[in-house]
Design a binder for this molecule. Structure first.
Ligand SMILES: Cc1cc2nc3c(=O)[nH]c(=O)nc-3n(C[C@H](O)[C@H](O)[C@H](O)COP(=O)(O)OP(=O)(O)OC[C@H]3O[C@@H](n4cnc5c(N)ncnc54)[C@H](O)[C@@H]3O)c2cc1C
Length: 546
């Protein structure tokens, strides 16, 4: 078929749904169809392995598959989808900051944009917690854990050390359990390199709203998992919600404060604003499709995966079961969807989506797992090995499989790397503090500038240091700062440890401008204006503390 007349199928999203639809469609349609896959990354993330990346068992780059390598015959565009115009049959994308909007037309559209993490229901949580959704999240968790061990090993202040050594994971589903298990294993295997940290000083806490963990699994498997995690020292708090979070910990719904420098939220899956804005029927924020995965009323538009509400049968007693947001379902949906696109083009009958899960399994770290496969329940080492074998077989691309298998082998043979790789300074954003909470103490790099937006902070100089520097009269002097006040680093000084401390006098909020952003602001401030200021900008650029 000549290229100009080829039917163009645009697939949005490079996750399980999108990638496997493109792969299957290419297989069944060959060059008769032009397939364009648009996604924000040029690689596919195998989310079930993210916890292992966070735990350091798999190198971040090894656990992902480059899209162009996995999808020969499919065009790949790395871009952010900004808008979908269903009437005009086109999507708007941006390739990069400042590159402007580009329009891509389609004959058929597959929407597989997954879900996002929305923590906005709990005050402060989005500002304070790490999440577990993408490759960079797993990378951040690993580095945060190792960074806390480093800070704790060097800490003088006991309160601060306790906070560095407290790790909270929120959510007792698969993601939370696998994450907490891997975090514990990473810490357990790293502690021998930190002579100033005793094992009994480390607290790892799992917070679960429900009455038990792993609600998706039969009760006795969940009980086994809980028992295994507790044996490894993980505290499991059931029937506990998080009422609020701050930069230094959480407050539970029963009013208990837990000071923790590391908070991981394995909760809050929600539809993206792009999906929510579509003029189609949504249920629980997911796109309603029929059993053929078509979006009703929209010619040539299909949806699958986590962003679709897919009926698994016809209504019985007024109730319909829907496909759960799981990778194993998305992969099967993709197969049916690819066949249906071709069938529709050729005027053949479409296939309905039907799939019964073969089972569920979870890795608990520490070479333990739980699984129910075709009704058979297994626990312990065998379940853990089955988990690894199953996911290894599902990984797309032989090269990725070999890399992951090699990482696992190495992890069994040599000690885990404890290299803390800090890709960037903490970003800017709103931070909440409880009354009495310390923001930073003498000798600790404040990391940026704090602008008070609500409440009151007290800031002061370190008495010993001020005295040693001959600032006797200022030693111990404090200031109170309300909304509009600022402390920490300044535009003039964007590097180096602080010689003061700051504490919230009451429940307070500050806008934190991270060191990197502050540095940029200082450059902008210097650049706006005269030649003399551009010299100042060069000085700032040269003096940057990296
Ligand atoms: C930590 C974790 C562990 C999991 N473990 C398991 C498990 O053990 N077993 C299991 O069956 N399932 C598991 N799941 C669930 C499973 O990963 C999902 O069901 C599956 O990824 C859904 O596929 P999807 O294609 O719908 O969405 P995703 O895989 O999330 O893909 C969505 C894609 O769209 C892209 N995208 C989104 N918005 C835009 C935009 N505006 N512009 C451009 N690109 C965009 C994203 O970058 C991504 O590539 C896990 C999920 C997580 C987060």
């Amino acid at each position: 078929m000549p290229h100009e007349t080829r039917h163009r199928v645009v697939v949005l999203g490079g996750g399980f749904g999108g990638v496997f639809t493109a792969k299957n469609l290419q297989r069944v349609a060959g060059s008769d169809v032009e397939i364009l896959l648009i996604s924000r990354h040029n690689f596919f993330v195998f989310q079930p392995l993210l916890a292992e990346i966070a735990g350091g068992s798999i190198n971040p780059g090894d656990g992902v598959t480059p899209l162009r390598r996995f999808l020969p015959g499919v065009s790949v565009m790395v871009a952010e989808v900004r808008a979908i115009d269903l009437e005009g049959k086109k999507v708007e994308v941006t390739l990069d900051r400042g590159s402007g909007i580009r329009t891509v037309a389609y004959d058929q559209l597959v929407i597989a944009l997954g879900q996002v993490v929305d923590l906005s229901r709990t005050p402060g949580l989005a500002d304070s917690a790490l999440v577990m959704k993408d490759l960079v999240d797993a990378f951040n968790i690993r580095n945060k854990v190792l960074g806390c061990l480093e800070r704790a090993d060097a800490a003088i202040d006991a309160e601060r050390k306790r906070s560095f050594l407290t790790f909270v994971v929120i959510g007792g589903g698969f993601t939370g359990i696998e994450t907490v298990g891997e975090v514990q294993e990473l810490i357990g295997k790293s502690l021998r390199y930190y002579p100033n940290i005793r094992a009994d000083e480390v607290r790892i806490i799992l917070i679960q709203h429900g009455s038990r963990i792993l609600m998706e699994l039969p009760e006795h498997l969940a009980a086994y998992a809980a028992e295994q995690l507790r044996r490894r020292g993980i505290e499991i708090r059931l029937r506990t919600g998080v009422a609020a979070a701050t930069a230094t910990g959480i407050e539970t719904d029963s009013g208990q404060q837990i000071d923790a420098a590391t908070i991981v939220a394995a909760i809050g899956n929600a539809p993206s604003s792009l999906v929510r804005s579509l003029p189609v029927a949504l249920e629980r924020g997911r796109i309603v499709v029929d059993r053929h995965l078509r979006v009703p009323g929209q010619d040539g538009v299909w949806a699958l995966g986590d962003n679709a509400q897919i009926p698994l049968g016809d209504a019985r007693d007024g109730k319909v079961a829907y496909a759960p947001p799981l990778a194993q379902f998305a992969v099967r949906e993709a197969k049916v969807l690819a066949r249906n696109i071709l069938a529709q083009m050729e005027g053949r009958a479409l296939t309905v989506f039907e799939y019964r899960s073969l089972g569920t399994m979870a890795s608990l770290g520490g070479r333990r797992g739980v699984a129910e496969i075709m009704g058979v329940r297994i626990t312990g080492f065998i379940a853990w090995a089955a988990w690894r074998a199953f996911y290894l077989s599902l990984l797309p691309g032989v090269a990725t499989r070999i890399r992951v298998a090699a990482d696992w082998l190495l992890d069994l043979m040599v000690s885990k790397s404890i290299a803390e790789i800090r890709a960037a300074q903490p970003g800017s954003g709103q931070v909440r503090f409880r009354a009495g909470e310390l923001v930073f103490v003498p000798g600790i790099d404040p990391g940026g500038l704090y602008v008070v937006t609500a409440g009151m902070f007290e800031v002061g100089a370190d008495q010993h240091q001020a005295a040693a520097e001959g600032r006797g009269e200022n030693a111990g002097s404090t200031r109170k700062l309300g909304p509009g006040g600022h402390f920490g680093m300044s535009l003039a000084r964007t590097a180096g440890p602080g010689d003061g401390w700051a504490r919230a006098c009451e429940d307070s909020i500050a806008y934190f401008v991270g060191k990197d952003d502050l540095h940029r602001l200082a450059m902008v401030a210097a650049l706006i204006g005269s030649k003399q200021d551009s010299d100042e900008a060069s000085r700032i650029a040269a003096s940057r503390d990296r």
